[in-house]
Ligand binder design. Structure first.
Ligand code: URA
Ligand code: CA
Length: 434
């Protein structure tokens, strides 16, 4: 089997056999097939797509390229959540405690932020003392004891994806449905959960801007989950504005605590309750969504989720008094209010630009090795549909260096568009696929 022939076959629109896909991925990972041939194949996939059997074979090869985590020593149905990435997506910090308080084991592996999207690990590390380096035994023991643990990604989970993603990133082939689906699902399946809830973001802060594309991706991923015996549900959610108010690490921890106290932003609260309800159904705690929603509300508004968050922080070495003392979180040196240059109703917010502004302030990384300033970020004070008059406060920035602040103020101001017409608040949850 010549690699040349496999590439040509895909280029001409034929389906590859499982053996051909195996040869490509194995050869790529062991270094016998060079980047340029895999790049050509990825571009052929970009144009020709893949059928269901091919996507399944690719996902399988990605999974077996590295380790799979065995969570079988954890009692109960393990349910994992994945978000396709957004701006100010504080969800995991709130959702984990709600679901764990309701009795579902959450054994979560999370990432650090890169580019305009943040990462849960950075957010958690802004809590003094909190650490994410647990041994496998500690991780499993903690989930059995308190139902919730979060660790950083281990090195050898789906190495084929690390290599392929890096190549796609520089060859304009990231945006291919089968490649995204197999990349995400291989990592979720290798991470060991029995069931998966996917939050597929769509809109100008998301990876897929177009709703139909997001729906198609969600369908492909749900189908893949089923193929690998993972009960999978996807919801499509709106990322045309940042989620909640806070964008930035300790600001988002603060927002998560407020949300767990029942005082958080409406959209973040709603999304967490919705995801939790699906997780209760997937974990067979409740028979139907409506019952799951009731349980989620009980955990949130009855205070059990907040207590769970404190227990979780303590278990991972963090200072749980943060719940009552937000001042112990890293604080930026300065704050400046950003005012509106216009009057009218807010029509849109360039969400990716807000994410980029937060990154430029120091809340995120443009390169893997950048160091995050945990206290800096943006508080969004006006969202789509709000009426503002000139000089009203749109947002606040928290920063350490004046030079960076001066750079982002015009970016944030320009991210907002206004209209004289009344604008309805956009729906948050657009579709459920199962
Ligand atoms: N996130 C991933 O993990 N993989 C992709 O291909 C795209 C987004
Ligand atoms: Ca937020």
């Amino acid at each position: 089997m010549r690699v040349y022939d496999i590439i040509a076959k895909k280029r001409d629109g034929y389906s590859l056999s499982p053996n051909e896909i195996e040869a490509l991925i194995k050869g790529y990972v062991d270094g016998t097939i060079p980047d340029y041939q895999i790049a050509a194949w990825a571009m052929a996939v970009f144009f020709q797509g893949m059928d269901e059997e091919e996507i399944k074979a690719l996902t399988h090869q990605m999974i077996i390229s590295g380790d799979s985590i065995d969570l079988s020593e954890i009692e109960g149905i393990k349910v994992d959540k994945h978000s396709t990435g957004g701006v100010g997506d504080t969800t995991t910090l709130v959702l984990g405690p709600i679901v764990a308080a309701g009795g579902i084991p959450v054994a979560k592996m999370s990432g650090r932020g890169l580019g305009h999207t943040g990462g849960t690990i950075d957010k958690l590390e802004s809590i003094p003392g909190f650490h994410v380096e647990l041994t496998n035994e500690q991780f499993i023991k903690q989930v059995n004891e308190i139902k919730l643990a979060v660790i950083g990604q281990t090195a050898n989970l789906v190495p084929a994806d690390k290599k392929l993603y890096g190549l796609r990133d520089v060859t304009a082939t990231v945006n291919s449905m089968p490649l995204i689906a197999s990349s995400i699902m291989s990592k979720k399946i290798a991470a060991g959960a029995n069931a998966i809830i996917l939050d597929v973001k769509t809109g100008n802060g998301a990876f897929l801007k177009d709703l139909d594309e997001a729906i198609e991706l969600a369908k492909v991923m749900v189908n893949l989950g089923d193929n690998f015996n993972r009960d999978t549900i996807a919801i499509i959610t709106n990322m045309n504005q940042p989620l909640g108010w806070a964008v930035g690490n300790s600001l988002e921890v603060e927002e998560a605590i407020m949300t767990l106290q029942g005082k958080g932003p409406e959209d973040l609260t709603k999304l967490c309750l919705e995801l939790a309800a699906h997780m209760f159904v997937l974990g067979k705690k409740t028979s139907e969504f409506a019952k799951g929603l009731e349980l989620a509300e009980e955990m949130l508004y009855g205070g059990k989720a907040l207590a769970k968050f404190a227990e979780f922080i303590k278990a991972q070495g963090g200072d749980a008094t943060v719940i009552d003392n937000l001042e112990i979180l890293p604080q930026a040196k300065h704050m400046q209010k950003i005012t509106s240059l216009h009057s009218g109703y807010i029509e849109s917010i360039e969400t990716q630009e807000i994410g980029r502004a937060a990154m430029l302030l120091g809340a995120g990384r443009s390169k893997q090795e950048d160091i995050v300033e945990l206290g800096v970020g943006i508080m969004i004070r006006k969202k789509i549909g709000d009426q503002v008059t000139k000089d009203d406060i749109l947002a606040e920035i928290y920063y350490n260096e004046d030079e960076k602040a001066q750079k982002v103020i015009p970016i944030i101001q320009a991210a907002y568009s206004f209209t004289k017409e009344i604008i309805n608040k956009p729906p948050l949850i657009l579709k459920t696929i199962n």
